[in-house]
Design a protein around this ligand. Structure first.
Ligand code: AMP
Ligand code: ZN
Ligand code: FE
Ligand code: FE
Length: 289
């Protein structure tokens, strides 16, 4: 028998969080503060996965080096496969600048889309300016959450939920489609940058028959653990990952608000999953030589 807490921290199972956002896209905290929060949460590693950008990765890496916490360089790409949008995590990116350069065109498309959303909102009697949205995004990759924040600030809606439910969500009057990268092309881009392509939060859409052609298109892994998943999703996706030889991933998808279980380390992802990913990265890189 040991005393409660004896042997900490070694006896405490190490956990990681492989999905988090910063001010480089639609997160609230700067990359360095995301890494600080991960360190304070006691995580062994955190992945920075901003939407269509790796702009926050260099800062996150240097903060990780200062605090002795591992930072996994990543991004979350908006891709198309079939008739759906699928989010794809790039994890363990080696050529951070190279992949970021290739995503620039999608960030520009996000800017053009924000202009169209502004046009819609003005027509709908909710005057906002592109300038407000740009200042909300602070030079990072622009997304609907930045528009939502402006709608809240102007008092047009009470909160984010109302902004999406009434105006910005799919099928709502101010919804504008994004330019999406084809999934296969996105997987190639990620592989060329030395990373792994991991399908983000497939949830109930993650069925064997749907995922099989996506694996042939280049997927390396599945995010089996995510706050948006039901327990049944994690079980099913874990089985599919094993059958297709995919690595598992998981994370909180933290954007910085203290809402619900989308907080760092809420998913308690075991360090072993990261070790499996490291092995897969090594195999991939060896294969490319
Ligand atoms: P975008 O990349 O511009 O299409 O915006 C998508 C992002 O908006 C997601 O990654 C979420 O962070 C956020 N989002 C999407 N739907 C909602 C919602 N109903 N309520 C709050 N945030 C949302
Ligand atoms: Zn987001
Ligand atoms: Fe996502
Ligand atoms: Fe995300």
């Amino acid at each position: 028998m040991s005393l409660p807490g004896a042997g900490l921290p070694d006896s405490r199972a190490a956990t990681v969080d492989l999905h988090a956002h910063s001010t480089a896209s639609d997160g609230v905290y700067a990359p360095r503060d995301v890494v600080r929060a991960a360190h304070e949460a006691g995580l062994a590693a955190v992945a920075l996965t901003d939407h269509d950008t790796l702009g926050g990765v260099p800062e996150a890496l240097s903060t990780g080096a200062e605090l002795s916490i591992r930072v996994v360089p990543g991004a979350e790409l908006s891709t198309r496969f079939g008739d759906r949008e699928w989010h794809l995590l790039a994890l363990h990116v080696a050529d951070v600048q190279g992949l970021d350069d290739r995503l620039a065109v999608y960030r520009e498309a996000r800017l053009a889309r924000a202009e169209r959303i502004v046009g819609r909102l003005v027509e709908l009697g909710l005057p906002v300016t592109l300038q407000e949205i740009l200042s909300e995004s602070g030079g990072g990759s622009i997304g609907r959450p930045h528009v939502a924040a402006v709608l809240v600030r102007r008092g047009y809606v009470a909160d984010f939920r109302e902004a999406f439910d009434r105006w910005l969500g799919a099928g709502r009057p101010a919804f504008v489609d994004k330019d999406l990268i084809g999934l296969a092309e996105a997987c190639s881009m990620i592989h060329e940058a030395g990373g792994l392509a991991v399908l983000a939060h497939p949830g109930a859409y993650g069925r064997r028959a749907t995922l099989e052609p996506m694996v042939r298109a280049g997927l390396d892994g599945l995010e089996v653990r995510h706050p948006g998943h039901a327990p049944d999703d994690e079980r099913r996706l874990t089985n599919i990952a094993a059958d297709f030889g995919l690595v598992r991933s998981g994370g909180s998808d933290w954007h910085g608000s203290p809402d619900g279980h989308r907080i760092l380390d809420s998913m308690r992802v075991p360090h072993e999953w990261l070790e499996e990913q490291d092995e897969r990265v090594a195999v991939r890189r060896a294969g490319r030589r």
